[in-house]
Design a protein. Structure first.
Length: 210
């Protein structure tokens, strides 16, 4: 019986030694050389981004917005250049509101042209370029552009805000482009006068002949 007990004790001691795997410096050395299980491995940012994109969680990149290009500023106007239409104000003044000219009285008109631009400019105020026209309905009765002698040009310097003024009188006769020597007289009735200059038009002036 005592022999059996001794054998069991020896077997238990050998089993315990095998299961403990040794101790002391050798075990300590193994523990230091083995990598720690709890250490966090380094993550490559590129691989992380690719993995996130593949999983569909990557946020979309903002669409670049093209910034508008600044429009080039207009070239400053130089004094003496031709006047621009948008810088000119054209006006026609008669003898009153719908005046009546009886007998042999001749209608008179006052034409004004004002430069509202930033600098002095030039404009042709000749009878062809700045035409005063009188009509009756669709009938063209008289025009300063008819039967003009010479070139008919008259270029003026227009200072800013200083009006150019021209006065004229109508002899109550018709005019035509064929410049007949004895044009007929206009009949009594209602007439409309207006100044035309390129694309510019003055307000209409209405008057009556008796």
């Amino acid at each position: 019986m005592s022999v059996l007990v001794a054998v069991l004790v020896v077997v238990a001691v050998v089993a315990w030694a095998c299961s403990s795997g040794g101790s002391g410096p050798e075990r300590e050395s193994r523990a230091q050389s083995s990598p720690s299980v709890s250490a966090t491995p380094a993550v490559d940012p590129l691989l992380s981004g690719l993995r996130t994109l593949a999983m569909g969680t990557a946020s979309p990149s903002p669409t670049p917005t093209a910034s508008p290009k600044p429009s080039p500023s207009a070239r400053p106007k130089r004094p003496g250049e031709p006047c621009a239409d948008e810088d000119l104000v054209l006006h026609l003044q008669g003898g009153g509101k719908e005046p009546i000219y009886a007998g042999g009285a001749r209608p008179s008109f006052l034409v004004t042209l004002v430069n509202t631009g930033p600098v002095m400019c030039t404009a042709d105020v000749g009878p062809r370029a700045m035409e005063v026209r009188i009509t009756s309905g669709s009938d063209r009765i008289w025009s300063t552009a008819d039967c003009v002698s010479g070139e008919g040009t008259d270029v003026k310097q227009l200072q800013r805000g200083v009006p150019y003024v021209r006065s004229l009188e109508w002899d109550r006769r018709r005019s035509s482009s064929d410049c007949r020597a004895t044009p007929p007289s206009a009949l009594p009735g209602t007439y409309v006068a207006m100044v035309r200059m390129g694309k510019l038009r003055s307000p209409k002036g209405v008057f009556h002949l008796r």
